[in-house]
Design a binder for this molecule. Structure first.
Ligand SMILES: [Mg+2]
Length: 252
C-alpha cells in the first residue's frame, strides 16, 4: 500500500493548531494587540464610568502589587501618594513596570482582555489570518476532523481573535480550546491532557506549531507534528519535524 504523508498509515482524526506564527502573523500580537492594550490602558483605568469588571481588575492589581516582593515594585509602591489606595496614575506606572519586564500578572491580563474585547467590538481590531487557513479548516471540517486550538493566549483571547478575523467569525470551526491552564506548551504532559480531553490517542492527533520545542513536546506525547514556517517567524529550524509553509500542504 502506498504510504501517506502521515507515518505508518496512522489515521489523523484531530488537528490541534497553535495561533501565533501558525495561523496568524506573530506581528499581529506583538505590534498590534499589545500596543493597542497599552494605549487604551490609561483611558480604561482613568475613565469616570468604569465598568465593574475594570474596577475588579484594578482592585486585583492593587492586591498583587502589595504582595509583589520585587524591589522595583516595592519602590514604586513607596512612591505612591497613598500606599493603601494607589491612584489610577500609580497603577499605570506599576503596569508599565510589569509590561517592560514581561512580568506575569493576572490583573493585567484581565484588563488587556477587556480592552481587546472593546477594540474588536468597535471594529478597531481585526485579526489577520494567513490566506490558506480558512480553506484548510473548511476542508478538514468537511472530512470530519476535530479541530482544536492550543495557544499561550487565554482561551478568551483566542476566541476573540477568531471571532473577529479578516475572514469573519471562524470560532465555530473549533470544538476545543486549550491555553496554558492545561499546562506549559513545552511540556509533553500538556499534550497528553489535550489528547485525553479530545478523547483520542495521541497518535491520531496532529499538532501544528511554529515553535520547534512545542513540536518536540507534542511528539514526545505521541502526537504527529508539523513545523510551520511563515515569513517573519522567530524560528526557522524545525529540527526533525516535517516542515510546512502553509496549512494546505498538510495531506491527511
Ligand atoms: Mg506560535
Amino acid at each position: 500500500m502506498e504510504t501517506t504523508s502521515t507515518q505508518q498509515n496512522t489515521v489523523i482524526k484531530a488537528i490541534v493548531l497553535d495561533i501565533e506564527g501558525t495561523t496568524c502573523p506573530v506581528t499581529f500580537v506583538s505590534q498590534t494587540l499589545f500596543p493597542f492594550a497599552r494605549r487604551q490602558l490609561s483611558k480604561t483605568i482613568c475613565s469616570e464610568n468604569r465598568p465593574s469588571n475594570v474596577t475588579a481588575a484594578i482592585e486585583e492589581a492593587i492586591a498583587e502589587w502589595k504582595n509583589d516582593p520585587e524591589s522595583k515594585s516595592q519602590a514604586l509602591l513607596l512612591r505612591a501618594s497613598n500606599q493603601n489606595q494607589p491612584t489610577s496614575e500609580d497603577i499605570i506606572h506599576y503596569f508599565d513596570h510589569l509590561i517592560q519586564n514581561d512580568r506575569k500578572s493576572t490583573a493585567l491580563k484581565e484588563l488587556q482582555g477587556i480592552i481587546w474585547e472593546q477594540g474588536y467590538a468597535a471594529g478597531e481590531l481585526q485579526s489577520p489570518l494567513y490566506g490558506d487557513v480558512v480553506p484548510a479548516l473548511n476542508a478538514w471540517t468537511q472530512q470530519g476532523i476535530t479541530l482544536a486550538v492550543y495557544s499561550s493566549g487565554s482561551v478568551k483571547a483566542q476566541q476573540l481573535l477568531y471571532a473577529h478575523t479578516t475572514d469573519g467569525d471562524i470560532t465555530n470551526r473549533f470544538s476545543q480550546w486549550f491555553d496554558t491552564r492545561t499546562g506549559p506548551k513545552l511540556n509533553a504532559d500538556s499534550y497528553r491532557i489535550i489528547s485525553q480531553s479530545i478523547g483520542l490517542k495521541p497518535a491520531s492527533i496532529l499538532f501544528v506549531s511554529d515553535h520547534p520545542r512545542e513540536c518536540d513536546a507534542a511528539a514526545e506525547a505521541g502526537m504527529e507534528t508539523r513545523f510551520c514556517l511563515r515569513e517573519g517567524n522567530p524560528f526557522s529550524d524545525g529540527g526533525d519535524h516535517q516542515m510546512i509553509h502553509n496549512l494546505g500542504e498538510i495531506k491527511l
